[in-house]
Design a protein around this ligand. Structure first.
Ligand code: SAJ
Length: 412
C-alpha cells in the first residue's frame, strides 16, 4: 500500500502535523524510533501534554488514516520532523547535530520514487536541505538503487507549545523549495489545512527565517534580562521600568526571567553563530547574557540565605515556561539543582505539572517535592521561577514574612 504522507519524527511537531493531515483525509504513516511512542500513538494516545492534541490524535488514528511504525514506508510525500540539537566541541563551541536528520533521510532513500516531495521541517542550519538531497542520492547509490528526481523543500513551523493546534492551522508559513516547483508543491500540501498565508522562497532563506525568528526573540529577551541586572544594581523595579518604557508607541521590551529555556530559543541562535561566527557578536552575546541569568538568580538566593542558618528555600516551578510540563533545558531546573548542590539550604521543589521530582533532582538528598501551599508555608525564602497560573492564587499574606525572589515579576 502506498501512503500519501510519511512523517518522520512523532514529537511536538511531527505528531500534530501527521494527525492534522490524517484528519483531512490523507493516508499518513508516522515513524518514530521509540517503540513505546509508536504503541501509544497506535492506541490513539499521546506521549506528551498539549491541549486538545489528544482529541486530534484519537480522531486521526480512529479514522484509520494515521498509523505509526518504526520504519518508513513508500509515500508520495515525506516530512522530516526529527530533533536537531547541538553538541559541544572540545573548545566549548556549540555545533549543530544533524545526525537525526541524516539518519531519517537515509531511511527514506529506498522508499522515494521520482516526483516524490521531501520536506524538511526540523529547525536546521542554512544549507541543510541541500545536504538532504546529497544524503538521499548517496544512500540510493550505496543501496544499488537507480537515482530518482525528487522535489525538496524546507518548511519550518512556528507553533507555540501550549497553543500548537491553533497556531499550526492559523499561522502564516514559509515554503522554501530547492526549486520553484518544490516550493509550489509544498505550498499546495500545507494549504490543505493551513488557513494562514503560505509564502514561497528558496530553501536557504526559509532555513534562515526560522533561525531569525527565534534569534530575534532571544536577543530581545537578553535585552530585558540585562535590564533586570542593571536595575538590581541601581535599585530600580525593572518591571515598572519596562512597563513605562513600553508605553512608547514603538517600544516593545519583552520580560526578564530566570534564563531562557526550551529546545528552540536557546538553541537556534547558535546555528546562526556557527554559520557566521565572525559577524554575529550580538546574537552570540545575547545567548551568553541569557545563559548567565540562572547564575545571577542563584547568587541572589545565596545572599538572602546568609541571614539564616539552614533556610528552607521554596523553588516554585521547574518547567521551562508557564503552564506546560516540559522540563527540558529549563533554567528553573538548573537553578533548583544548583541550589541543592551548593547546600544553600533545604530545597522545597514545586512543579504542579509533574507528579514527582525528575530523577536528577530526586537523587540529590537535599530536595523535597511538595505542593506550592506547603512549600510557601514552610519556606524562609520563596523563589518564583515559573509563572504557572496555579501560583497566582497563593495568598500574599503567606509571603509577608518571607524573603521573596520573584524572577518573573509575577506577584508585583
Ligand atoms: N521568555 C522570557 N521572557 C519573555 C519570553 C520568553 O524569559 O518575554 C523565556 C520563557 O520563559 C522560556 C523561553 O524564553 O524559558 C522560550 O519561551 P518562548 O515562549 O519564547 O519560546 P518557545 O521555545 O516555547 O517557542 C518558540 C516560539 N518562537 C517565537 O516565539 C519566535 C515558537 O513560535 C516556535 O515555534 C518555537 O520557539 C520553536 O519551535 O522554534
Amino acid at each position: 500500500m502506498k501512503y500519501d504522507i510519511c512523517v518522520l519524527g512523532l514529537g511536538y511537531i511531527g505528531l500534530p502535523t501527521a494527525s492534522i493531515f490524517a484528519t483531512k483525509g490523507l493516508k499518513v504513516f508516522g515513524v518514530d524510533v521509540r517503540p513505546d511512542v509508536v504503541d501509544i500513538i497506535n492506541q490513539g494516545g499521546l506521549h506528551f501534554h498539549e491541549p486538545d492534541l489528544d482529541i486530534l490524535v484519537k480522531a486521526a488514528v480512529g479514522s484509520g488514516n494515521l498509523r505509526a511504525g518504526l520504519q518508513p514506508v513508500p509515500a508520495d510525500t515525506f516530512v522530516i520532523a526529527v530533533p536537531t540539537p547541538f553538541t559541544h566541541a572540545p573548545s566549548g563551541e556549540k555545533i549543530p547535530d544533524l545526525s537525526y536528520v541524516e539518519r531519517a533521510t537515509r531511511s527514506i532513500a529506498p522508499h522515494v520514487a521520482t516526483g516524490a516531495l521531501v520536506i524538511l521541517e526540523s529547525t536546521s542550519p542554512v544549507g541543510t536541505t541541500e545536504r538532504v538531497r546529497w544524503w538521499l542520492g548517496e544512500e540510493r547509490v550505496r543501496l544499488g538503487l537507480p537515482s530518482v528526481e525528487v522535489l525538496l523543500a524546507y518548511c519550518p513551523e512556528r507553533v507555540l507549545p501550549g497553543s500548537m493546534l491553533k497556531e499550526l492551522v492559523a499561522n502564516d508559513r514559509i515554503a522554501g523549495g530547492l526549486t520553484p516547483e518544490a516550493g509550489k508543491a509544498a505550498k499546495e500540501l500545507y494549504s490543505q489545512f493551513c488557513t494562514g498565508e503560505i509564502f514561497l522562497t528558496h530553501a536557504r532563506t526559509a532555513e534562515m527565517a526560522k533561525l531569525t525568528e527565534n534569534s530575534y526573540r532571544d536577543v530581545n529577551i537578553a535585552f530585558a534580562n540585562e535590564l533586570s541586572l542593571i536595575c538590581d544594581r541601581l535599585d530600580i523595579d525593572v518591571w515598572e521600568l519596562i512597563k513605562l518604557a513600553n508605553r512608547h508607541p514603538r517600544v516593545k521590551i519583552l520580560q526578564p526571567g530566570p534564563g531562557v529555556g526550551g529546545h528552540c530559543i536557546a538553541v537556534d541562535p547558535w546555528f546562526i553563530v556557527h554559520s557566521a561566527p565572525d559577524v554575529s557578536p550580538l546574537i552570540r552575546t545575547a545567548r551568553e547574557v541569557n545563559d548567565s541569568k540562572p547564575h545571577h538568580v542563584v547568587q541572589r538566593v545565596r545572599v538572602a540565605a546568609e541571614k539564616f542558618k539552614n533556610p528552607a528555600i521554596a523553588c516554585l516551578g521547574l518547567a521551562f515556561k508557564a503552564d506546560i510540563d516540559d522540563l527540558r533545558e529549563s533554567p528553573a531546573m538548573e537553578i533548583t539543582m544548583e541550589l541543592a548542590k551548593l547546600g544553600v539550604g533545604r530545597v522545597l521543589a514545586v512543579e504542579p505539572h509533574v507528579k514527582q521530582l525528575p530523577a536528577n533532582l530526586a537523587a540529590n538528598g537535599n530536595v523535597v517535592f511538595m505542593s506550592a501551599y506547603d512549600a510557601v508555608r514552610q519556606a524562609d525564602i520563596v523563589v518564583l521561577l515559573v509563572n504557572h497560573r496555579q501560583f497566582s492564587v497563593i495568598d500574599r499574606v503567606l509571603l509577608r514574612d518571607k524573603i521573596v525572589i520573584d524572577t518573573r515579576g509575577f506577584w508585583r
